[in-house]
Write a protein that binds this ligand. Structure first.
Ligand code: ADP
Ligand code: ADP
Ligand code: MG
Length: 450
């Protein structure tokens, strides 16, 4: 095992990684921007290095400064968390060149899945069903012909995209050219690539994903599915494990697990990863992408399996064999994660930075809060407005919902505008309780249409 690990992230995930490291007797090094000098993740780590000014490109994406911090502190490995540098193959290569272990899959696997158009082709070649669409990145002319062929509505996606950014739903041919341009522009500005591809827009789908874990020796398991259908702006807000929809359909369930493992094997995956699928109302599943990193919502999987995913990321990165076997893994109970954001659900979920004066996280049976803030503290406009994740486990889904409702009622974040009351409305809604929803449901709820 490593003696010292640098955490190249901030917020709740940096706090959580620091806590896992401490529990294992591994020293931790935090990095922070000038705006985060007093942030909780800085204090939780054994050492901390300032890597630049507040804007992300100058600090948390500043590869030179982060690598220099690792070398100056003698860190043997870097955990990138999620977002930021976590899916940056170039950074993974630079770590390797500097003799530092990047805690994640190989740069080749990151590259293979990082271009989502190439990932689709790789998945199809591995026998995994993909959404009907383009074989790779396409020109505007090809897009028009292809869209006619697969039928409107279609979805234009940035090949290098993530975080729901850049995606455009196109309902009719007249709107295609403009959407292609918007998507290319967003891709270029957010991800440095204007390559786009096309998929059929599946109506009323669910987003279901499968957690996988592979070691250096080709041994891999899946850790069941997560239901991530409740989204705003194509980004998840409430996630669950398992998915009641999937568990009620054994063919779908087995197909999802088989697809995820087949793709993991095909690309020689290593470490923790997530294979994302769209599932149509008839229960057919289609691959959409692989996230070659830890996912925000990984705790619901930990809650139902008892597996410490970050612990396994560390062990696998250090070369240890994965001793988990598929037969020994089982789903125990149900878990729900609510992402607590400083944002206003009534105003299109607009971020609302500000000062936190009171932060009372709930406790209780099955309740886990992964927080990246405390009181008092400043929530700045520089970073993602997620404050904390409320993760609640129960013996079954109704108990997890009941406990989540109670926990949300006891959660106090003041005087900031947050989505806490909105999350409570979700938990209380008949549709949610009955499992009747699609990826558009949450935005309809926020607009008062339900
Ligand atoms: P998950 O897929 O784990 O649910 P999200 O889509 O919510 O994750 O993204 C997690 C975090 O990473 C968010 O802060 C999001 O803004 C950021 N993010 C996701 N993908 C990218 C990307 N390709 N580039 C930069 N940031 C990203
Ligand atoms: P990102 O890389 O930004 O996470 P994804 O390709 O994973 O993008 O898609 C994000 C979300 O967009 C999905 O969870 C789903 O809600 C929606 N989506 C993606 N592809 C489709 C599709 N073909 N049809 C309908 N909705 C889709
Ligand atoms: Mg995705």
């Amino acid at each position: 095992m490593f003696q010292k690990v640098l955490i190249a992230n901030r917020g709740e995930i940096a706090c959580r990684i620091a806590t896992v490291l401490r529990a294992r007797g591994v020293r931790s090094v935090a990095v922070y921007s000038e705006a985060d000098a007093a942030a909780p993740h800085v204090r939780l780590a054994d050492e901390a290095v300032c890597v630049g000014p507040a804007p992300v490109p100058q600090s948390y994406l500043n590869q030179d400064a982060i690598l220099a911090a690792a070398q100056a502190t003698g860190a043997e490995a870097i955990h990138p968390g999620y977002g930021l540098l976590s899916e940056n193959a170039g950074f993974a290569r630079r770590c390797a060149a500097a003799g530092i272990v990047f805690i994640g899959p190989s740069p080749e696997a990151i590259d293979a899945m990082g271009d989502k158009a190439v990932a689709r082709a790789t998945a199809a070649a591995a026998g995994v069903p993909v959404v009907p669409g383009s074989g790779g990145a396409i020109s505007d002319d090809e897009a028009a012909a292809l869209a006619e062929g697969i039928g409107y509505p279609v979805l234009v996606k940035a090949a290098a995209g993530g975080g729901g950014i850049g995606m455009q739903v196109v309902t009719k041919p007249e709107k295609l050219a403009r959407s292609l341009q918007t998507c290319r522009d967003r891709g270029a500005s957010s991800f440095g690539s204007d390559a786009v591809y096309l998929e059929r827009y599946i109506e009323s789908p669910r987003h279901i994903e499968v957690q996988i874990l592979f070691d250096h020796h080709g041994h891999g398991v899946h850790l069941f599915e997560r239901e991530c259908t409740l989204q705003r702006r194509h980004q998840k807000v409430v996630e669950e494990a398992p998915s009641a929809f999937v568990q009620a359909r054994p063919d779908l369930r087995d197909g999802l697990y088989a697809s995820a493992l087949a793709l993991g094997r095909a690309i020689g995956y290593r470490g923790a990863g997530t294979v994302e699928f769209i599932v149509d109302p008839e229960g057919r599943h289609y691959f959409i992408e692989v996230n070659t990193r830890l996912q925000v919502e990984h705790p619901v999987t930990e809650a139902i399996t008892g597996v410490d995913l970050i612990g396994w990321q560390l062990d696998i990165a250090a070369g240890a064999p994965l001793t988990l076997t598929q037969d020994a893994l089982a789903i125990q109970g149900a878990a729900i994660e609510c992402r607590v954001y400083a944002e206003d659900p009534a105003k299109s979920f607009l971020p609302r930075p500000g000062t936190i004066e009171r932060f009372d996280a709930p406790t209780g049976p099955g309740v886990r809060v992964d927080a990246g803030v405390e009181a008092p503290c400043e929530v700045t406009p520089y970073y993602d407005p997620m404050l904390a994740k409320l993760v609640v486990a129960g013996a079954d889904r109704p108990e997890a919902i009941a406990r989540t409702r109670a926990a949300l009622g006891a959660f106090v974040v003041e005087p900031l505008t947050t989505n806490l009351a909105f999350l409570a409305t979700v938990m209380e809604h008949d549709d949610f309780q009955a499992g009747r929803y699609d990826t558009g449901w949450l935005e309809r709820l926020a607009k008062g249409r339900l």
